[in-house]
Design a protein around this ligand. Structure first.
Ligand SMILES: [Zn+2]
Length: 99
């Protein structure tokens, strides 16, 4: 089953890269085997012009996840450095409602 442009879930419940079929995780932790990179949010591109330290006391960072097989970018978030990832991915199947 395709999850998005980059991720698919196999019948065995493994999450894989659609580009190179590298295993990336499980339904419960879809990107647990992805490469993580964290850098200053000002590295996000030309759309991020101002240094967030002008507006925020906590340090703000750019977090990205990449496929270890082909380096496809899988996720991006800009968050306070001390915070855990806001984005919680869970591809577990939801049981059908009774009745
Ligand atoms: Zn890949």
């Amino acid at each position: 089953m395709n999850v998005d442009q980059n991720l698919a879930v196999t019948d065995a419940g493994t999450v894989v890269c659609r580009s190179c079929e590298q295993t990336l995780g499980t339904r419960q932790e879809p990107l647990s085997e992805a490469i993580s990179r964290e850098q200053p949010s000002t590295e996000a591109g030309p759309g991020i012009r101002a240094d967030p330290s002008q507006f925020s006391d906590p340090e703000i960072v750019l977090r990205q996840k990449f496929c270890p097989g082909c380096l496809t970018l899988l996720s991006t978030e800009i968050v306070p450095k001390e915070e855990p990832s806001y984005r919680r991915w869970n591809l577990a199947e939801v049981p059908a409602a009774d009745g």
